[in-house]
Write a new protein. Structure first.
Length: 213
């Protein structure tokens, strides 16, 4: 079955003590919008991003999270989680985001996207949810969602199909990258030859492996 976009979400400005931006502002609170939205090389049109050092830009232009994983969390913490509740731009349905291969390409609406890196949890995320141990729990659960590069700019709306149009043969998934850089360092060598990973992350992997000897 072809997956689809359940919702397209745009960040609003939130001012809070937990916001990671030096100005105390965050764009993690993303809310569903009606109609198509432009996905651009640098990010989603109209989306507010507070910490541009760690979010946005070509390698993290769009963030996708699976509706099914959000449902698991809703049960886990005992409250409803609306689309955009993970700070995601695209809430997907019937798309294996954790199992997406790094570098695979998705045709969505009139855009073409490429899977780049997993999302790593931060204190802003925990503050937004009001769950102090969320970073630990999110890490253990290891369904991080995926950042995507925009290979072809276009418009995407709720209900649009998500079709995988290319998948690299190396087979390294978003979930595997996340586990390698968090709880399973024995997986790090697998990442060295994944040229679709951003060079900054591959350099980090090399340094960690060198430190381990």
């Amino acid at each position: 079955m072809t997956g689809r976009v359940a919702a397209v979400n745009i960040g609003v400005v939130t001012e809070a003590e937990w916001a990671g931006d030096a100005s105390g502002r965050s764009g993690i609170d993303k809310r569903p919008v009606d109609g198509p939205v432009a996905l651009l090389t640098e990010g989603v049109a109209g989306d507010f991003i507070g910490e541009r050092a760690v979010h946005g830009g070509p390698e993290k232009a769009v963030y996708a999270y699976a509706e099914e994983d959000a449902a698991w969390w809703a049960t886990e913490i005992g409250r409803s989680i609306r689309p955009g509740g993970f700070g995601e731009n695209l809430t997907t349905y019937a798309v294996d985001v954790t199992g997406a291969v790094v570098g695979e390409q998705w045709a969505v609406g009139t855009a073409v996207l490429q899977v780049t890196v997993p999302r790593t949890p931060c204190t802003t995320f925990a503050g937004f949810w009001g769950v102090p141990d969320l970073i630990r729990r999110f890490t253990v659960r290891a369904t991080p969602g995926a950042y995507l590069r925009v290979l072809r700019e276009g418009e995407v709306g709720a209900g649009d199909p998500v079709e995988v149009v290319d998948r690299p043969a190396h087979g390294v998934t978003i979930g595997e990258v996340f586990r390698a850089i968090t709880l399973e360092p024995e997986l790090l060598p697998r990442l060295l030859d994944v040229t679709d990973l951003p060079e900054k992350l591959r350099d980090k992997v090399r340094r960690r492996l060198a430190a381990r000897g």
